[in-house]
Write a protein that binds this ligand. Sequence first.
Ligand code: SF4
Length: 412
Amino acid sequence: MVHLTVDIGGRPGSDCRGFCAYCYFKHAKDVPAFGCRYCLPFLKGCDYCTRGVKEEYAGFLPLKDVADSFLADLQSVTDEVTRITISGGGDPSCYPEFTDLFELLGTLEVPLHIGYTSGKGFDDPAIADFLIAHNLREISFTVFAADANLRREWMHDPTPEASLEIIRRLAAEIEVYAAVVILPGINDGAVLTQTLSWLSDVGVKGVILMRFANTPEQGLILGNAPILPNQRTHTVEEFREILKESGAAFPSLRISGTPLYDPAFDSPFALRNMPDLLDRLPKIHKKGTLITGAVATPYIRSIVSACGGDPSSVVGVAKEIACLITIDDLRQLDLSVLEDTVIIPGRAFLHDAEAEKVLSADGVSRTVIRGPEMLSADGETSMGMSEIDVLTMEMEGFSALIRLINQYGCST
Ligand code: SF4
């Protein structure tokens, strides 16, 4: 089973018929490279943390280049290709040669998947029938609201009625997953209920609710906060409640949220409520500090404690999401509470050597170890997983983390 990706390039916002009002890429500055897990030990900045994270493409790639590179990928695989995903920095619905690309891929008779579209580039509902006829089988579609006027105002969709009709036609035939960025006072409350009700009626399979972020702590690391001055954001607790209530009110929809929560599995960190599984994790017998994001801190503390570790060894930074921790977050830490071994999140935007320097600035030489890639699945990831998949991922993540503490930590 091979999944291939067709990369069409493009820039978020610029190649989306203009920015949605809430787009995370709006006002993004040309910030210096953060450093990351892919960087060479002696060089801060690689292609991923310099360009990839900003989805910095020059523009949409010409169809010829897209096709050449896809055909090269296709020729290099020996197994059967079972799925082809179309994605890019820009919005596929705005790709100038979209129908030509689809006709080309449709001849392969492999199920096609559009990784993400706002639908702002689609103006004619007939495109839905065209896509179904050319083997589109799954699509993730940004909705914002079932109210066309709100789509027009906040997504700057020139033809919102057509976009909603396309969702309706697609959902009747293929798997449609909807994404809704939630802005308090704009599309939450009764508007969200109306939107979920409409999505449920038209047969959408799942909905990912995305909390709007407006501050660096909430994840805007491209120097672009605030996206919407004076716009309130939901707290993590408020957002979890929205997810819980929505999941209970619309049982036919698979609803989960990011940065949390998945009401179907009580995840992330569903493991914390499973004593039998916690018993199977290795015991912690060395000391080390675990740096993580503000959201994950209480969860990881409870799991560390269940494994015999000291919950105070889990130190949360102000940044809410561990994967978006940067060197500025480490600079704000009270170094006196850190052990000599510090484990940083596997995906954090840190260069290990720089992290080590900042965390040793008080004269105590500390060793920085990069932790596992993931300790749990966020709502976007768990949406396509079973409960067993999520728990397996958490067991593997925490087992690896505890092995690192026991291997590199100091004696207790
Ligand atoms: S469609 Fe997505 S990437 Fe494009 S402007 Fe809107 S939010 Fe940004």
